[in-house]
Design a binder for this molecule. Sequence first.
Ligand code: PRX
Length: 657
Amino acid sequence: MVQRSGENRTVQSSAGSPTPPPAEFVEQANVTDEGIYEEFEERPECWERAATLVEWDREYDAIIDDDDPPFYRWFPGGQLNASYNCLDRHLEDGRKNHAAIWWEGKQGESETYTYRELYVAVNEFAAALQSLGVEEDDVVTIYLPMIPELPIAMLACARIGAPHSVVFAGLSADALATRMDAADSEYLVTADGYYRRGNAFNQKSKADNALISVGRDVSTVVVDRFGDDLPHVLNEGQYDYHDLVAGHTGETVPPVSRDADDMLFLMYTSGTTGEPKGVVHTTGGYLAYAAWTARTVFDLEPEDTYWCSADIGWITGHTYIVYGPLALGSTTVIYEGTPDYPERDRLWEIVERNAVDVFYTAPTTIQAFMKWGPEYPERHDLSSLRLLGSVGEPISPRPWQWYYDHVGDGACPVVDTWWQTETGGVTVTTLPGVKPMKPGSAGPPLPGIDARVVDDDGEEVDPGQPGYLTLHRPWPGMAKTLYDDDEKYLAEYWQRFSDPEADEWVYFSGDAASVDEDGYVTILGRVDDVINVAGHRLSTMEIESAILGVEGIAEAAVVGGTDPANGTEVYAYVSTENDHAPDQAVRERITSSIETAIGPIATPEAVVFTPDLPKTRSGKIMRRLLEDIASGDELGDTSALRNPEIVGEIQAATRDE
Ligand code: PRX
């Protein structure tokens, strides 16, 4: 029985019938031989195929060093530079005038960077960073919206061997400060502001607020995005990006050779505790895996124009906007805006204008399109598309089919890719030229990935039964550890199902899943205190602790309420202390406390006041029940409740919200 936070929970899966990959696609696909699964099964050396997609300064001595599991070292002895791999080598292979980045701005403006231009921009900013004192292994925090300076800053860091820690621009000042402190970061790259839905947001004031509480002196670079429209003042230790770079025009910085398992970047993500976790990714294993999966899963070729509509501030953007496509020498589209601004056909207009070959987005976006109707994609010629992808949440068969029919015109395979910040790249999905797709199911594990669904004892469950999704063999894209915290890395991911005595190491994903007779994995959602809201991974505990910081709040439980039209949204169930009325003012203080601690992405869809929260006899809040209420689902077993009388009241209050 799969348990969520100690409660009983049985879950069902429902995948649609198999859809074979379109013949026209298969004819040209990068991988078409089913034998690849067996080859990887028998020979872990097959990962060499991933390694050959990148250029090494020093050849590795072995594929993997597994002397100290689960701290695996991929491609030990190897040395390389990620920026060199994404830039310099493409200048040499005749691609210098090929577009590396097509940037589409919020206000309808666009910019193109050829590989040569990107190389110049990255070198100049790398020189600028060095002039500020950034040295190899210094963590540089990047807090930028989706503007070209974001990938430029990442690649500049990679060039000089300074790991970057990109913090999503929508996160709050507090969230930025926590991440900078946790990473001991003394450098920050930010911007004056960004546009969202036509409005200018002040990013610098958030950064300045964060810097007040960061415990060390920080040098800050500020990209001036708005000019006179949003004047800002540079304080001591703050530098204007363009002025700084102007002092390094035409300079080149030699790429630093990094050991394969040296940190390329840090990415903070939510875990089961309130504290964000700093997931460490390596230079060799990660980059090879990013390139390999971009080539095999997204079928990417250097000639392709590829568009992943995620934000670079999350892992999807790191791997499949920046590192994967640029390592392969493709053109990557970066879009600053939202799907419905200025019109609901904005994305399709961009696909048509740039003749996008491969498009990758999240189920929430697809669901929104489905609601708006097929006329928006129909306004545009989308025939350039060859493959579609989905990530971040389960995609139900209906939106899947809609995507397949109305965006792909039945000619593009849809890869429903399951992975996580920690896995670095896709681990479970159909190889698009090999396997039939099953709408609603992510698919089988990729070649070389040993994904299983197990019960509480770690035994594999029968087909169709729910269990925990686990990975039983290392893969090159896997995280190396958590920043400065090997113990927590072991505790969070490896302790639950591993048997160190027997030298069996099992990675626990935190997801529930089931697997069918054909080995297709259907993801059922998180079993820990993490919820996925519109592609953002949030910790319910972190939100609860922000609520509990509001005066007069006695108890809070945060859950994800899911419905087919809107995906998952945050629902907060709150009781107040006796002498505090549950009124609008408290509601506003709750929302504002959450926005201060995390950011508007965690703003609840509903704050439901209740005199009491549903509790088991041992006093544990029954979150599963609240989840069912928030989702409008039939309620599961409530017999363990100490206060069953409260349930009807909470249901009514939720409906009223
Ligand atoms: O619950 C799974 C869900 O997103 C979680 C990982 O979130 P994050 O680290 O932010 O990375 C998001 C993008 C890689 C997973 O534990 N998830 C991701 N992809 C899928 C998914 N759930 C269902 N189907 C997917 N394809």
